[in-house]
Write a protein that binds this ligand. Structure first.
Ligand code: HSE
Length: 297
Protein backbone atom coordinates (compact mmCIF):
# COMPACT_ATOMS: atom_id res chain seq x y z
CA UNK A 1 0.00 0.00 0.00
CA UNK A 2 1.21 3.50 -0.89
CA UNK A 3 0.10 6.73 0.72
CA UNK A 4 0.07 9.96 -1.28
CA UNK A 5 0.10 13.21 0.69
CA UNK A 6 -0.31 16.62 -0.91
CA UNK A 7 0.54 19.64 1.25
CA UNK A 8 -0.02 23.29 0.29
CA UNK A 9 2.61 26.02 0.31
CA UNK A 10 2.02 28.61 3.00
CA UNK A 11 2.69 32.29 3.53
CA UNK A 12 3.26 33.23 7.15
CA UNK A 13 3.10 36.43 9.20
CA UNK A 14 0.87 38.53 6.87
CA UNK A 15 3.00 41.45 8.01
CA UNK A 16 2.21 42.01 11.70
CA UNK A 17 1.27 38.41 12.64
CA UNK A 18 4.83 37.20 13.25
CA UNK A 19 4.80 33.50 14.25
CA UNK A 20 0.98 33.72 14.60
CA UNK A 21 -0.84 34.14 11.26
CA UNK A 22 -0.46 32.22 8.02
CA UNK A 23 -2.39 31.19 4.95
CA UNK A 24 -2.36 28.20 2.61
CA UNK A 25 -1.85 28.66 -1.13
CA UNK A 26 -2.70 26.65 -4.24
CA UNK A 27 0.86 25.45 -4.84
CA UNK A 28 1.75 21.98 -3.57
CA UNK A 29 4.40 19.48 -2.62
CA UNK A 30 3.38 15.85 -3.00
CA UNK A 31 4.96 12.93 -1.17
CA UNK A 32 4.40 9.19 -1.75
CA UNK A 33 5.22 6.84 1.12
CA UNK A 34 5.55 3.06 1.10
CA UNK A 35 6.67 0.91 4.03
CA UNK A 36 9.39 -1.69 3.41
CA UNK A 37 10.88 -4.58 5.38
CA UNK A 38 14.12 -2.76 6.05
CA UNK A 39 15.55 -0.36 3.46
CA UNK A 40 14.86 3.35 3.49
CA UNK A 41 15.15 5.46 0.33
CA UNK A 42 14.30 9.02 -0.62
CA UNK A 43 13.85 10.03 -4.25
CA UNK A 44 12.89 13.21 -6.07
CA UNK A 45 14.59 15.59 -3.61
CA UNK A 46 17.93 17.30 -4.35
CA UNK A 47 20.77 14.86 -3.63
CA UNK A 48 22.00 16.67 -0.52
CA UNK A 49 18.61 15.96 1.13
CA UNK A 50 18.41 12.26 0.23
CA UNK A 51 19.79 10.94 3.51
CA UNK A 52 18.90 10.38 7.17
CA UNK A 53 18.82 14.16 7.78
CA UNK A 54 15.91 14.55 5.36
CA UNK A 55 13.24 16.60 7.14
CA UNK A 56 10.33 14.52 5.82
CA UNK A 57 12.00 11.33 7.02
CA UNK A 58 12.77 12.83 10.43
CA UNK A 59 9.17 14.00 10.80
CA UNK A 60 7.95 10.55 9.70
CA UNK A 61 10.10 8.91 12.37
CA UNK A 62 8.80 11.28 15.07
CA UNK A 63 5.23 10.78 13.86
CA UNK A 64 5.66 7.00 13.93
CA UNK A 65 6.97 7.15 17.49
CA UNK A 66 4.05 9.36 18.58
CA UNK A 67 1.30 7.25 16.98
CA UNK A 68 2.88 3.85 17.68
CA UNK A 69 3.56 2.82 14.06
CA UNK A 70 5.97 -0.11 13.81
CA UNK A 71 7.88 -0.41 10.54
CA UNK A 72 11.12 -1.66 9.03
CA UNK A 73 11.99 1.01 6.47
CA UNK A 74 10.19 3.50 4.27
CA UNK A 75 10.43 4.73 0.67
CA UNK A 76 9.63 8.40 0.21
CA UNK A 77 9.13 9.91 -3.24
CA UNK A 78 9.01 13.73 -3.33
CA UNK A 79 7.36 15.73 -6.10
CA UNK A 80 8.08 19.40 -5.41
CA UNK A 81 6.41 22.53 -6.73
CA UNK A 82 7.12 24.77 -3.75
CA UNK A 83 10.51 26.49 -4.07
CA UNK A 84 12.94 25.88 -1.16
CA UNK A 85 14.12 28.53 1.31
CA UNK A 86 11.95 31.24 -0.21
CA UNK A 87 9.50 31.94 2.63
CA UNK A 88 6.74 29.77 1.17
CA UNK A 89 6.65 27.02 3.78
CA UNK A 90 8.47 24.27 1.89
CA UNK A 91 9.95 22.88 5.17
CA UNK A 92 6.48 22.83 6.67
CA UNK A 93 5.21 20.73 3.77
CA UNK A 94 7.96 18.18 4.58
CA UNK A 95 7.20 18.15 8.31
CA UNK A 96 3.44 17.87 7.83
CA UNK A 97 3.75 15.16 5.17
CA UNK A 98 6.10 13.05 7.31
CA UNK A 99 3.81 13.12 10.35
CA UNK A 100 0.59 12.63 8.36
CA UNK A 101 2.13 9.60 6.60
CA UNK A 102 2.95 7.89 9.89
CA UNK A 103 -0.55 8.60 11.22
CA UNK A 104 -2.08 7.43 7.92
CA UNK A 105 -0.39 4.01 8.17
CA UNK A 106 -2.26 3.48 11.46
CA UNK A 107 -5.52 4.85 10.02
CA UNK A 108 -5.40 8.19 11.88
CA UNK A 109 -4.57 10.68 9.11
CA UNK A 110 -7.43 13.00 10.08
CA UNK A 111 -6.21 13.69 13.61
CA UNK A 112 -5.28 17.21 12.59
CA UNK A 113 -4.96 18.73 16.07
CA UNK A 114 -2.52 16.06 17.25
CA UNK A 115 -0.60 16.38 13.97
CA UNK A 116 -0.48 20.16 14.51
CA UNK A 117 0.92 19.79 18.04
CA UNK A 118 3.78 17.59 16.84
CA UNK A 119 4.43 19.65 13.69
CA UNK A 120 4.70 22.80 15.82
CA UNK A 121 7.07 21.04 18.20
CA UNK A 122 9.34 20.17 15.26
CA UNK A 123 9.06 23.53 13.44
CA UNK A 124 9.24 25.67 16.60
CA UNK A 125 6.29 27.92 15.67
CA UNK A 126 2.83 27.18 14.27
CA UNK A 127 2.28 29.86 11.63
CA UNK A 128 3.30 27.77 8.59
CA UNK A 129 2.31 24.28 9.72
CA UNK A 130 -1.20 25.35 10.86
CA UNK A 131 -2.46 26.51 7.43
CA UNK A 132 -0.66 23.56 5.78
CA UNK A 133 -2.81 21.32 8.02
CA UNK A 134 -6.13 23.19 8.11
CA UNK A 135 -6.04 25.26 4.90
CA UNK A 136 -7.29 28.85 4.56
CA UNK A 137 -6.15 31.60 6.90
CA UNK A 138 -5.15 30.52 10.39
CA UNK A 139 -4.17 32.30 13.57
CA UNK A 140 -2.52 30.25 16.29
CA UNK A 141 -1.91 30.78 19.98
CA UNK A 142 0.75 28.84 21.89
CA UNK A 143 -0.06 27.94 25.50
CA UNK A 144 2.15 25.62 27.57
CA UNK A 145 3.29 23.14 24.92
CA UNK A 146 -0.03 23.20 23.06
CA UNK A 147 -1.36 25.12 20.09
CA UNK A 148 -4.82 26.56 19.63
CA UNK A 149 -5.50 27.30 15.98
CA UNK A 150 -8.48 29.06 14.51
CA UNK A 151 -9.21 28.52 10.85
CA UNK A 152 -10.75 31.72 9.52
CA UNK A 153 -12.99 31.93 6.47
CA UNK A 154 -11.69 34.49 4.02
CA UNK A 155 -13.53 36.09 1.11
CA UNK A 156 -12.79 34.12 -2.01
CA UNK A 157 -12.24 37.21 -4.12
CA UNK A 158 -8.61 37.72 -3.09
CA UNK A 159 -5.67 36.60 -5.18
CA UNK A 160 -2.12 36.35 -3.93
CA UNK A 161 0.52 37.60 -6.33
CA UNK A 162 3.66 35.85 -5.14
CA UNK A 163 6.98 37.42 -6.06
CA UNK A 164 9.73 34.81 -5.75
CA UNK A 165 13.34 35.98 -6.09
CA UNK A 166 16.07 33.89 -7.74
CA UNK A 167 18.02 33.84 -4.44
CA UNK A 168 17.31 32.08 -1.14
CA UNK A 169 17.31 33.38 2.44
CA UNK A 170 17.79 31.02 5.36
CA UNK A 171 15.14 31.33 8.07
CA UNK A 172 17.89 31.02 10.66
CA UNK A 173 19.69 34.11 9.34
CA UNK A 174 16.41 35.96 8.87
CA UNK A 175 15.51 35.35 12.54
CA UNK A 176 18.99 36.18 13.81
CA UNK A 177 18.71 39.82 12.71
CA UNK A 178 15.61 40.42 14.85
CA UNK A 179 15.87 42.31 18.14
CA UNK A 180 15.15 40.40 21.37
CA UNK A 181 12.82 43.12 22.67
CA UNK A 182 10.65 45.81 21.08
CA UNK A 183 9.07 48.98 22.42
CA UNK A 184 5.53 49.16 23.75
CA UNK A 185 4.57 51.45 20.84
CA UNK A 186 5.77 48.87 18.32
CA UNK A 187 3.92 46.09 20.19
CA UNK A 188 0.70 48.12 20.20
CA UNK A 189 1.13 48.94 16.51
CA UNK A 190 1.49 45.27 15.62
CA UNK A 191 -1.46 44.11 17.71
CA UNK A 192 -3.68 46.76 16.12
CA UNK A 193 -2.47 46.10 12.58
CA UNK A 194 -2.99 42.34 12.87
CA UNK A 195 -6.50 42.84 14.25
CA UNK A 196 -7.26 45.16 11.33
CA UNK A 197 -5.75 42.78 8.75
CA UNK A 198 -7.65 39.73 10.01
CA UNK A 199 -10.96 41.60 10.37
CA UNK A 200 -10.52 43.06 6.88
CA UNK A 201 -9.85 39.65 5.33
CA UNK A 202 -12.92 38.16 7.04
CA UNK A 203 -15.21 41.01 6.06
CA UNK A 204 -13.79 41.74 2.62
CA UNK A 205 -12.90 45.25 3.84
CA UNK A 206 -10.33 46.05 1.16
CA UNK A 207 -9.52 49.50 2.58
CA UNK A 208 -8.14 47.94 5.78
CA UNK A 209 -5.56 45.68 4.17
CA UNK A 210 -2.77 48.08 3.20
CA UNK A 211 -2.59 49.48 6.72
CA UNK A 212 -3.38 46.13 8.31
CA UNK A 213 -0.31 44.49 6.74
CA UNK A 214 2.10 47.09 8.15
CA UNK A 215 4.60 45.62 10.57
CA UNK A 216 7.17 46.89 13.04
CA UNK A 217 8.31 43.60 14.53
CA UNK A 218 10.31 41.88 11.79
CA UNK A 219 10.02 43.42 8.31
CA UNK A 220 12.04 46.58 9.12
CA UNK A 221 14.94 44.39 10.29
CA UNK A 222 14.83 41.96 7.39
CA UNK A 223 14.44 44.29 4.42
CA UNK A 224 18.17 44.84 3.94
CA UNK A 225 18.66 41.07 3.47
CA UNK A 226 16.61 41.17 0.27
CA UNK A 227 17.94 42.92 -2.82
CA UNK A 228 15.43 45.52 -4.07
CA UNK A 229 13.09 45.05 -1.06
CA UNK A 230 12.45 48.72 -0.26
CA UNK A 231 11.92 49.82 -3.88
CA UNK A 232 9.62 46.88 -4.60
CA UNK A 233 7.52 47.42 -1.45
CA UNK A 234 7.25 51.18 -2.18
CA UNK A 235 6.10 50.48 -5.75
CA UNK A 236 3.51 47.94 -4.57
CA UNK A 237 2.30 50.45 -1.96
CA UNK A 238 1.82 53.08 -4.68
CA UNK A 239 -0.26 50.77 -6.89
CA UNK A 240 -3.91 51.56 -6.06
CA UNK A 241 -5.03 48.13 -7.30
CA UNK A 242 -2.68 46.32 -4.88
CA UNK A 243 -4.71 45.96 -1.69
CA UNK A 244 -1.70 45.26 0.51
CA UNK A 245 1.73 43.64 0.50
CA UNK A 246 4.03 41.93 2.96
CA UNK A 247 7.15 39.83 3.32
CA UNK A 248 6.13 36.18 3.03
CA UNK A 249 7.30 34.29 6.12
CA UNK A 250 10.98 34.87 6.77
CA UNK A 251 11.37 35.95 3.12
CA UNK A 252 12.74 36.48 0.63
CA UNK A 253 9.46 36.10 -1.33
CA UNK A 254 7.00 38.99 -1.23
CA UNK A 255 3.23 38.84 -1.38
CA UNK A 256 0.83 41.33 -2.97
CA UNK A 257 -2.94 40.99 -2.62
CA UNK A 258 -5.20 41.86 -5.52
CA UNK A 259 -8.84 41.19 -6.34
CA UNK A 260 -9.90 38.33 -8.64
CA UNK A 261 -11.42 40.88 -11.01
CA UNK A 262 -8.01 42.57 -11.43
CA UNK A 263 -7.10 40.14 -14.21
CA UNK A 264 -4.19 42.28 -15.46
CA UNK A 265 -2.63 42.50 -11.99
CA UNK A 266 0.38 40.28 -12.64
CA UNK A 267 1.21 41.96 -15.95
CA UNK A 268 0.85 45.42 -14.40
CA UNK A 269 2.99 44.59 -11.35
CA UNK A 270 5.71 43.18 -13.60
CA UNK A 271 5.64 46.34 -15.73
CA UNK A 272 5.76 48.65 -12.71
CA UNK A 273 8.70 46.81 -11.18
CA UNK A 274 10.62 46.33 -14.46
CA UNK A 275 14.26 45.37 -13.97
CA UNK A 276 13.85 45.18 -10.16
CA UNK A 277 12.29 41.79 -10.89
CA UNK A 278 15.10 40.44 -13.09
CA UNK A 279 15.20 36.70 -12.49
CA UNK A 280 12.15 36.78 -10.17
CA UNK A 281 9.17 34.55 -10.74
CA UNK A 282 5.74 36.16 -10.36
CA UNK A 283 2.78 33.82 -9.93
CA UNK A 284 -0.83 34.38 -9.00
CA UNK A 285 -2.16 31.94 -6.41
CA UNK A 286 -5.45 31.42 -4.61
CA UNK A 287 -6.19 30.44 -1.05
CA UNK A 288 -6.11 26.68 -0.52
CA UNK A 289 -9.15 25.88 1.61
CA UNK A 290 -8.45 22.27 2.56
CA UNK A 291 -4.95 21.89 3.96
CA UNK A 292 -3.21 18.58 3.35
CA UNK A 293 -4.94 15.72 1.58
CA UNK A 294 -4.10 12.06 2.07
CA UNK A 295 -5.00 9.24 -0.33
CA UNK A 296 -4.32 5.53 -0.22
CA UNK A 297 -3.13 3.93 -3.50
N1 HSE B 1 7.25 33.30 11.43
C1 HSE B 1 8.43 32.75 10.85
C2 HSE B 1 9.43 33.86 10.64
C3 HSE B 1 8.09 32.09 9.54
O1 HSE B 1 9.03 34.92 10.17
O2 HSE B 1 10.61 33.69 10.94
C4 HSE B 1 9.25 31.39 8.91
O3 HSE B 1 9.54 30.20 9.51
Amino acid sequence: MKIRIKVPATSANLGPGFDVAGLALTLYNTFIFELTDGTTTITGAPEQFCNEDNLTLQAFRKGAERCGLEYGGVNIECISEVPHTRGLGSSSTCIVAGIVAAYAFVGRSEERQEILDLATEIEGHPDNVAPAIFGGLTVSVMYSDKVKTLNIPVHNEYRFVTLIPPFTLSTELSRKVLPQTISRQDAIANVSHLALAVASLINGYDEGLKLGFKDRLHQPYRGHLIKGYHEIMRTLDDDPMVLGSYLSGAGPSLMALIKAEDTMGVVRIKEELGTLLDGWQVIKLELDQRGYTCDYE
